[in-house]
Ligand binder design. Structure first.
Ligand code: RIB
Ligand code: CA
Length: 305
């Protein structure tokens, strides 16, 4: 049975890799892609999402998200993903358009038709928070909200918890999601640092197929800042890996909250032995992840291949 999925994303290089590989996962059915403002502005992330669907001829509706965080200005990540969001990969334009409904309304419609749909968030949680503000009853229809965000405090060896991008860009949205009553699973950014694609791998994937070559071009000048230049972090792919192969992960219950340090919102996980509606991924099978990454890349054929 395929899992119904809504993906909310701010493509972005690691988002693009996660989206493309998830297009070819046999056990998920992507009902809707929503763009969110994050790595780049909403017009760029929307266009990039449309382009990836066109490139692989995936007939998946794309809905445009809010122009920025709920209550604060957007701070983009040009330095990480490049001005157009895909590193050295550029394309002319798109032939398709986003659907008329804004992202939160489109999510609501999908949940009306397919209750028990999982929402996977690969960027700031702005759109899902807006959905839950406008339609609080939808928290019971959503199978689970899975988001890539925050850090496992003990791993990044920070003298204080780290303001991870997706959370710190819209912490108020995260608080709304955490307190919505929906079941939540947090995939922290740490895995994407350890399961990085190294320079030798990037040289090899360029010759596997068109998708490997696309990834290699995108990875050129991908400056995540948490992995050595020349290597590529896989944050968002770790989140999609959970959807595709949950057995790769070890989970713990937690009681997460947002704390503010120097004005930046930080997700603090607070692991607990008691069953709660929030879970945190605390470990991943790194070899298993790489097998999945390469396995999906090998079958991710572009239409004219
Ligand atoms: O901190 C990593 C997250 O921020 C990833 O989702 C990346 O795409 C950026 O959005
Ligand atoms: Ca992202």
């Amino acid at each position: 049975m395929r899992k119904n999925l809504i993906i909310d994303t701010d493509p972005g290089i690691d988002d693009a890799v996660a989206l493309i590989t998830s297009f070819f996962a046999p056990n998920i059915d992507i009902k809707l892609i929503c763009s969110t403002a994050g790595n780049l502005g909403i017009d760029v992330t929307t266009r990039n999402a449309l382009h990836l669907c066109e490139l692989y001829e995936k007939n998946i509706p794309v809905a445009k998200g809010l122009p920025g965080p709920l209550n604060r200005p957007l701070e983009e990540a040009f330095g990480v993903h490049g001005a157009m969001g895909f590193g050295d990969y550029v394309y002319d334009g798109v032939k398709t358009k986003e659907i008329d409904l804004p992202a939160y309304e489109a999510m609501h419609k999908v949940l009306e038709i397919y209750p028990d749909t999982t929402i996977l968030v690969l960027g700031p949680l702005t759109n899902v928070a807006k959905l839950l503000l406008e339609y609080p009853e939808d928290s019971k229809k959503i199978k689970e909200i899975i988001f890539m965000g925050g850090t496992k405090d003990d791993v990044l060896h920070q003298d204080k918890p780290y303001p991870e991008f997706n959370i710190s860009r819209d912490p108020e949205a995260c608080e709304i999601v955490l307190n919505s009553g929906a079941d939540v699973l947090i995939i922290p950014m740490d895995f994407g640092h350890y399961a990085y694609i190294d320079e030798e791998e990037i040289k090899r994937i360029r010759h596997i197929n068109a998708t490997g070559k696309l990834f290699a071009i995108m990875y050129q000048n991908y400056k995540d800042g948490h992995v050595t230049d020349g290597n590529a972090a896989t944050h968002d792919s770790c989140a999609t890996a959970y959807i595709i192969e949950p057995t790769l992960f070890k989970l713990e219950y937690c009681k997460p909250c947002i704390k503010y340090y120097d004005g930046k919102g930080v997700l603090v996980s607070n692991i607990t032995k008691r069953k709660t509606r929030w879970r945190l991924a605390v470990d991943m099978d790194y070899d298993g992840f790489k097998n999945l990454y390469y396995g999906l890349m090998n079958v991710a054929k572009t239409p004219n291949e």
